[in-house]
Design a protein around this ligand. Structure first.
Ligand code: TNX
Length: 515
């Protein structure tokens, strides 16, 4: 039996009849289970889901956590019979996922935010035994290039949880905008969160084609309270928020706010053009201390074990012509500028380690020696992920050719699609992605923690556009990260995805129609 659930469960068998939820249906189990049922099923059904079933109704939803019955985290078994629904799980996350599965087994009308009359709230009788393939099931959202307020970020996280993603990688700083409030350095958001204008159209490398800008000041930031609220909202949904503070490249917004972080005496405004910047941080002790202060405030807000420090696309042009950088390279006894970038990453990694955290960096960090605990996010060719695993680093697989949801969804790109970042990534290709590269030897496979979809937002200015780029492709990614490879079947996925798009529509989420 193939339930219309995404990601597809590991094991599933059906009995043919169904359970019908009624106003008398009772709910019993851990508090989080009960409140999740009320939150997810209450608005559309109008049912109260009290602790006792009505006298004439034998029906009950029961949830329990029984670790002894399972051998992996996040596992659950969901049994639906004519008289009862019973979810039993290894842990709170497993129980949460059992309810997410249950939601998807219901008529899609259950996803409506207000009372729907005349729908029989039927759930097919099934027995589902399920657990994820990978521990890291992530989605990255770039909130620097375009800013999405905290209320939207929470909605985005809700959608992640529906698809059993468990990591929200929050890209918070970049050349075109610094987003987190830092109390010690208020100019980061007073100045760094605002750019004078935004590029129109694609950023051609050929400066002969004039670049056009919209002339509209743009920006925004998150207060610390807002970030705390997002973290706790995500935690309630078993999503860990991994914040990213970029260094030493993609840091122009910080340099605009505090020019002493940069390499030139003249001030540079916050970036307005996409691409790789030549302005990067300097390597002074004071700059490292500045970032440690920033991280100290961030760590207080974000309990995640992992903290992302960027490390990608640090263009060396400015360092190569800066005498003070040459001095610094010599002072530290390093070979060249490249090694200086490695030095900065190691220093910051050590700092995080003293605070009990682990550093994640984009795969360029492999160009230098790394601390043993450094975790690599492989965004370029998979050969870098393989190299990282061979060097005994944990890896999160995000090769752009399979996971960059800012790429076009149709082959003819601009002719049929709204402006996007370039590159072509159709639904089927996302589905075919396997985070474990075939070329990886068995002994290194355990280094692959999982994978992640990336939503860079240079060309994604609003929530509707996020949804257009995310769905259905994020559904394919969710299945890739959860379902055993042997159970994946694209034809069957497409059938379920078509149904699932109707669920998303009830939530006001309009993805790209499936071809
Ligand atoms: C490369 S991926 C970047 C981002 C861009 C993206 C556009 C990575 C680590 N750096 O800064 O937004 O390409 O696809």
């Amino acid at each position: 039996m193939n339930p219309r659930v995404i990601p597809h469960p590991v094991e599933c068998s059906a009995a043919g009849s169904s359970f019908v939820m009624t106003p008398g249906t009772a709910v019993r189990g851990p508090e989080a289970f009960v409140s999740q049922i009320r939150r997810d099923f209450g608005p559309a059904t109008g049912f109260a889901f009290g602790p006792t079933a009505a006298p004439n109704a034998a029906d009950i939803l029961r949830g329990s956590i029984e670790p002894a019955r399972f051998d992996r985290p996040e596992s659950y078994v969901l049994e639906v019979t004519e008289n009862a629904v019973h979810a039993v799980a290894a842990d709170a996350a497993g129980l949460f996922y059992a309810v997410q599965t249950l939601r998807q087994l219901m008529p899609p009308e259950v996803f409506r935010a207000s009372r729907v009359h005349g729908v029989p709230w039927e759930i097919p009788c099934v027995r589902i035994a399920d657990h994820p393939r990978f521990a890291w099931r992530g989605v990255m959202l770039d909130c620097s290039r375009h800013f999405f307020d905290a209320a939207y970020v929470k909605r985005f996280i809700d959608l992640l949880a529906l698809h059993k993603f468990n990591v929200f990688h929050w890209h918070l700083t970049d050349d075109q905008g610094w987003r987190p409030e830092i109390k010690k350095y208020p100019k980061l958001t007073e100045i760094g969160a605002w750019r004078a204008e935004t590029l129109l159209g694609h950023c051609s490398a050929d400066k002969k084609i004039p670049r056009l800008y919209d002339g509209v000041r743009y920006g925004g930031f998150y207060t610390q309270d807002e970030m705390r609220d997002v973290v706790s909202y995500a935690a309630d949904r078993h999503v860990t928020v991994v914040p990213e503070i970029e260094l030493p490249g993609h840091s122009r917004a910080a340099i605009a706010a505090y020019p002493e972080l940069g390499n030139t005496p003249e001030p540079w405004p916050v970036g307005t053009t996409w691409g790789i910047e030549s302005h990067i941080l300097n390597a002074e002790e004071s700059t490292l201390r500045f970032y440690q202060d920033v991280l100290d405030e961030m760590l207080d807000i974000f309990p995640s074990r992992y903290v992302h420090l960027g490390g990608d696309e640090a263009c060396m042009d400015e360092w190569k012509v800066t005498p003070r950088i040459h001095e610094r390279v010599e002072e530290l006894g390093l070979a060249n500028e490249q090694a200086l970038q490695g030095y900065m990453i190691r220093r910051m990694d050590n700092f995080l380690a003293t605070r009990g955290r682990r550093m994640v960096g984009w795969d360029e960090i492999l160009e230098n020696d790394l601390e043993p605990g450094a975790t690599v996010m492989n965004w370029r060719d998979r050969e870098f992920g393989i190299a990282a695993a061979k060097r005994n680093h944990d890896v999160i697989m995000c090769p752009n050719e399979f996971t960059y949801l800012d790429f076009y969804q149709a082959e003819d790109m601009t002719r049929s699609e709204p402006l996007a970042g370039g590159g072509h990534l159709p639904l089927e290709k996302v589905y075919q992605f396997d985070p474990v590269p075939q070329a990886l030897e068995a002994e290194h496979v355990k280094r692959v923690l999982g994978g992640q979809a990336q939503l860079w937002t240079e060309y994604i200015p609003n929530a509707d556009h996020i949804h257009y780029m995310m769905y259905p492709r994020a559904m394919a990614m969710a299945e890739t990260l959860w379902t055993p490879a042997a159970r994946k079947d694209y034809v069957d996925f497409r059938r379920r995805a078509t149904h699932h798009m109707r669920i998303l529509q009830r939530l006001g989420v309009h993805g790209r129609p499936i071809d």
